[in-house]
Design a protein around this ligand. Structure first.
Ligand code: C2E
Ligand code: MG
Ligand code: MG
Ligand code: MG
Length: 294
């Protein structure tokens, strides 16, 4: 009996492992062609001021629609793209597509919003990064002030000297920089002040747990005051409830991004949101998928 159960267990693990390996192989093979086949697109999620509800920017989030796999979540393919280096051409496309979209909204007369793009470790350490960004701005005609780049702590801490140098070159172009998923990596607080960043984004895991766990709440409050003392603005990620919003307001968090205000959505949904921004006094009128904060 026990032996048989053990054997079943082993078979179960083997099957699970094969499934994982197969999934990875499949994703890798399919991802190689995703760009040329036009399967990639961007969704955009608004960021808003906590006090006024005023929109302050949009984050571009990569979406992969595969003909048979359907929508593949970034968590399933970004890691593979990183490991294989496919993230470099894909990431270059993301920057170009985000710049082009942002410029198109402005050309259509919509309220201008800064667009943030996520950069991965491989892209950040690519020696061509700064030139790629310059080319994307030139080709789209977008002014650098409308582009923001999101970097993670681990990417910055990997080689602090090199990171500060690249970040300084990017800042000189006139783009904004933010630290994404803050609190999940290993930041040396002593180094944090060396980075020329504008925003610090509190990871959504802290926001999710802060009201149930006093220790997490203490971490959130500390991150907010740490960021302010370094002159960074603070954005809370993954805000889903009014209670979370109220707590973050009470502790002077500056901005939020989350389902409570809006899910990430395709460019045309954003265009109608931006149209309202331009036409209406604040706060914005509540619409489908969008909540007013006041
Ligand atoms: P991220 O940069 O931290 O992006 C925020 C993630 O949180 C997005 O997931 C977004 O859809 C999700 N989110 C936003 N509000 C809420 C909320 O209220 N509740 C919950 N539960 N989730 C919320 P998404 O789009 O699945 O992306 C996951 C991660 O994949 C991103 O995390 C980012 O690290 C990576 N990623 C996405 N697009 C790109 C890209 O173009 N390049 C690179 N290098 N990474 C990307
Ligand atoms: Mg991000
Ligand atoms: Mg994040
Ligand atoms: Mg995240």
């Amino acid at each position: 009996r026990a032996k048989e159960a053990g054997r079943n267990q082993i078979q179960f693990y083997e099957a699970a492992m094969h499934a994982r390996v197969n999934e990875r192989t499949l994703i890798e093979a399919e991802l190689r062609h995703a760009l040329e086949r036009g399967e990639l697109s961007l969704h955009f999620q608004p960021k808003v001021k906590l006090l006024s509800g005023e929109m302050t920017g949009l984050e571009a989030l990569l979406r992969w629609h595969h003909p048979t796999l359907g929508m593949v979540a970034p968590t399933r393919f970004i890691g593979v793209a990183e490991e294989t280096g496919l993230i470099v051409p894909i990431g270059r496309w993301v920057v170009r597509a985000a710049c082009a979209q942002c410029q198109a909204w402005q050309a259509a007369g919509l309220a201008p919003q800064r667009v943030a793009v996520n950069l991965s470790m491989r892209q950040f350490s690519d020696p061509g990064l700064v030139d790629d960004i310059i080319a994307a701005l030139d080709d789209s005609g977008l002014k650098p002030q409308w582009l923001e780049l999101e970097l993670t702590e681990s990417l910055m801490m990997h080689n602090v000297g090199a990171a500060v140098e690249v970040m300084t070159r990017l800042k000189k172009l006139g783009v904004s920089l933010s630290i994404d998923d803050f609190g999940t990596g290993y930041s040396s607080l002593a180094y944090l002040r060396l980075f020329p960043v504008d925003y610090l984004k509190i990871d959504q895991s802290f926001v999710r747990d802060m009201l149930a766990n006093p220790n997490v709440a203490a971490i959130v409050r500390s991150i907010i005051s740490l960021a302010h003392s370094l002159d960074f603005k603070v954005v809370a990620e993954g805000v889903e409830t009014e209670a979370q919003l109220a707590y973050l307001r009470r502790y002077q968090c500056d901005e939020m991004q989350g389902y409570l205000f809006s899910r990430p959505q395709p460019a045309d949904g954003i265009a109608s949101l931006l149209g309202q921004e331009a036409a209406l006094p604040q706060p914005v009128r509540p619409e489908q998928g969008q909540r007013t904060l006041l």
